[in-house]
Design a protein around this ligand. Structure first.
Ligand code: CA
Length: 362
């Protein structure tokens, strides 16, 4: 501090003349290495909410590193197709990827636990489990064999159950229903007699319009409106039982990350944490107005899933989670960690968040 004060005084009061070694001279003598990274995503370029997180991450990293780490963002299909992001970053074709862990469930079944568990943790609780409850360490262990370092890369908050071209009055209406729903939620729908498929977001509108699917979940009012899903389905159901607080992921190629000096690694880490929180803030702010507009200007019918349907979906969810937990010992450890965290969180949130929500309604 004293040195800084002295230097400042010198500059302000006297003017030290050209013989002083300034930081600019030191820098120009030994230019710092710059890094250029590519970031591939599972979202269309600049897609509201989901697609802005990787853009914000890249901008923040460049700004904080004073241009020493530049990241170019590619939307789905620009460099690799949406559902090949994981492999591209794992192999080093791109240094960073942004998507959701449950898209890779065919390769890593336990990855679904890091996106969303039906009837599980909400956004606040997912962030708490990942950053303070041992979740991140387990996630890193899971991705280690794939040469990837995962970071939480955004959260949408509680989603909507989705868009349906028919009313859901009982479990009979789920039977034979062809629905786009990834992750554990999709497993639950399959078990209920529906046909769950995973289709990238950018193809949902056409898939609904052409009748390839009868229903789709996506995110919530703000994002769903951007895809125009209200134009291809009549009913908009809640609550998002399948994705109560889905976490997006930023995955970084291990060698690329390890090549960075410590200060740039810290910048990457902090920028990821900022992008993660910023997404939740944006959704929380924008979903409200989007829902009003969908209802008032587009005549969308908002409906609640019947209680008995919810109860049956919850029963099936427990089975599905247990099945994934049984895949291998690491999957079991992740499921147990989540379960224990959920138990404690539910207990305290019953007398904090939940009690407050109830009190506020009165
Ligand atoms: Ca979703």
């Amino acid at each position: 501090m004293r040195l800084i004060s002295l230097a400042l005084m010198c500059t302000l009061l006297i003017g030290c003349g050209s013989e002083t070694t300034t930081s600019t001279e030191a820098t120009s003598a030994q230019p710092e290495k710059t890094y250029n990274w590519k970031l591939v995503t599972t979202w269309p370029k600049n897609f509201p909410g989901l697609g802005l997180a990787p853009e914000n991450f890249a901008k923040d990293v460049e700004r904080m590193s004073n241009g020493r780490l530049k990241i170019k963002v590619y939307g789905a299909g620009q460099m690799v197709p949406a559902l090949e992001v994981f492999d591209a970053v794992s192999q080093g074709t791109a240094e960073v990827g942004h998507g959701a862990a449950y898209y890779w469930k065919g390769k890593i079944p336990a990855g679904v636990f890091f996106t969303a568990v039906p009837f599980g943790l909400n956004a606040q609780e997912m962030n708490a489990w990942i950053h303070y409850g041992g979740g991140l360490e387990l996630w890193r262990e899971l991705y280690e064999p794939f040469n990837l370092i995962p970071f939480a890369g955004g959260n949408t908050g509680v989603q909507m159950a989705g868009w349906f071209n028919r009313e859901i009055k009982s479990m009979d209406d789920i039977r034979g229903l062809k629905m786009r729903i990834p992750g554990l939620g999709g497993e639950v729908i399959s078990r209920a007699g529906g046909i769950a498929v995973n289709i990238p977001g950018g193809e949902l509108y056409t898939s609904m319009q052409t009748g390839v699917i009868d229903a789709t979940e996506w995110v919530g009012p703000y994002n769903d409106r951007a895809f125009g899903l209200h134009q291809v389905a009549k009913y908009y159901y809640y609550p998002g039982w399948h994705e109560p607080g889905p976490t997006l992921e930023l995955i970084i190629n291990k060698q690329a990350y390890e090549t960075l000096p410590a200060d740039l690694q810290a910048i990457v880490e902090v920028a990821a944490r900022a992008a993660n929180q910023d997404m939740l803030d944006e959704y929380t702010a924008r979903n409200n107005a989007a829902l009003v507009e969908l209802v008032e200007n587009h005549g969308v019918e908002v409906k609640q899933l019947p209680d008995d349907v919810i109860a049956e979906l919850q029963r099936l969810s427990v089975e599905v989670v247990e099945e994934v937990a049984a895949v291998n010992p690491l999957s079991r450890r992740i499921a147990d960690s989540l379960k224990e965290f959920a138990k404690q969180s539910k207990s305290y949130h019953a007398i904090s968040e939940e009690a407050f929500y109830n009190a506020r309604q009165k």
